[in-house]
Design a binder for this molecule. Structure first.
Ligand code: ATP
Length: 245
């Protein structure tokens, strides 16, 4: 959709009014693109996702400077529910599934605001994106492998047909083969053209292989940004960030 893009401009986030977790950060994500935020533990990546989703409050964090807009409208005055209604959905780190519910029940939870006919269509599109889930649709989610649970978490987010999908460390703790499948699915979502994807990863090399653009954060600041191919080829990035995985 026209203008369905995210702009974070000069953002500062403080925890408890004093801990500066994000310092003067600016970045953008357009529909049809994957943008990744890279950086070590504590660099401020999760804080930025929470600021966009409007869920900093419970942790006593706040956007104290700057602005966050989506599709031309400011998000900062909205509740987290209001932000979800704008089409912004986050897949949280650690997946947070309903482990006692089945795969299908988990997916349906993500589409509860959608009309039944549309919900059925979306359900099938999630199963075609992640064919592995099809045979497990009536299994309890807690019994699935970590990789399959990550697929359910992403599928649940997709049930609401988001305009902006945010993924926090989707590769965390998963075997390389499964990560490859999940990243291929994320990349095919991008190719569909009408969703903007913001990817947070500690595994920089992996993230850059599917991203269009990347931002490297260090202690709350953007220290590098560029096209994914440029970052992958940069000696400085290779030395400090890509040698680590
Ligand atoms: P990780 O991969 O560990 O999640 P990150 O890059 O996402 O790392 P953040 O979790 O955003 O980093 O943390 C950024 C900074 O903010 C860190 O210095 C962290 O200690 C601090 N921080 C995070 N959450 C809180 C909180 N609830 N209260 C106080 N400080 C916090």
């Amino acid at each position: 959709p026209l203008n369905a893009d995210l702009h974070v401009v000069n953002a500062q986030v403080l925890y408890d009014g004093v801990v500066e977790a994000v310092r003067d950060v600016s970045f953008s994500v357009d529909a049809g693109r994957i943008v990744c935020l890279l950086g070590a533990n504590g660099a401020g990546k999760s804080t930025l996702l929470k600021a966009i989703s409007g869920i900093l409050g419970p942790e006593k964090g706040a956007l104290t400077k700057g602005s966050i807009t989506f599709a031309g409208k400011g998000l900062t005055a909205l509740s987290s529910d209001g932000i979800v209604r704008k089409g912004i959905v986050q897949v949280p780190e650690g997946r947070r599934l309903f482990v006692n519910l089945t795969v299908e029940e988990n997916l349906l939870m993500g589409g509860f605001t959608v009309r039944a006919a549309e919900r059925a269509v979306r359900l099938e599109s999630v199963y075609s994106l992640f064919p592995d889930l099809t045979d497990h649709r009536h299994r309890v989610a807690g019994y699935l492998s970590g990789g399959q649970q990550q697929m359910v978490a992403i599928g649940r987010a997709l049930m609401s047909s988001p305009s902006l999908l945010m993924l926090d460390e989707p590769s965390l703790g998963l075997a390389p083969k499964i990560v490859e499948q999940i990243f291929a699915a994320i990349s095919s979502l991008r190719d569909s053209g009408d969703i903007a994807i913001l990817l947070v990863e500690q595994n920089a090399r992996l993230a850059l292989t599917i991203s269009d653009y990347g931002y490297v954060l260090e202690r709350g600041r953007v220290v590098f940004d560029g096209d994914a191919a440029t970052l992958l080829g940069s000696p400085e990035i290779q030395e400090f960030y890509l040698g680590l995985d």
